[in-house]
Design a protein around this ligand. Structure first.
Ligand SMILES: [Zn+2]
Length: 77
């Protein structure tokens, strides 16, 4: 009987645990002052950390564009 060395690792390699899990944050709309929930990238590529993961629109119509820095807005700290 022939036995093969443990080479079945690839099946166990599908780890989809997100390293880039965004953090939920609140920023203040510069137009109307409402607090708007946004998702912020925590450990993206260089220059992307702390930027909005998705575009969010305030009720007044102001858009927080994807990729803009959370630090550009007033935050709820
Ligand atoms: Zn607004």
């Amino acid at each position: 009987m022939r036995r093969f060395g443990g080479n079945n690792m690839e099946l166990l390699d599908g780890c989809h645990e997100g390293k880039h899990t965004p953090r939920l944050s609140e920023v203040k709309c510069p137009q109307c002052g409402r607090w708007v929930e946004v998702f912020v990238l925590m450990d993206g590529p260089a220059g992307r950390t702390g930027t909005l993961y998705t575009s969010e629109k305030c009720e007044c119509g102001f858009v927080f564009p994807e990729g803009s820095f959370e630090s550009e807005y007033e935050r709820d700290l």
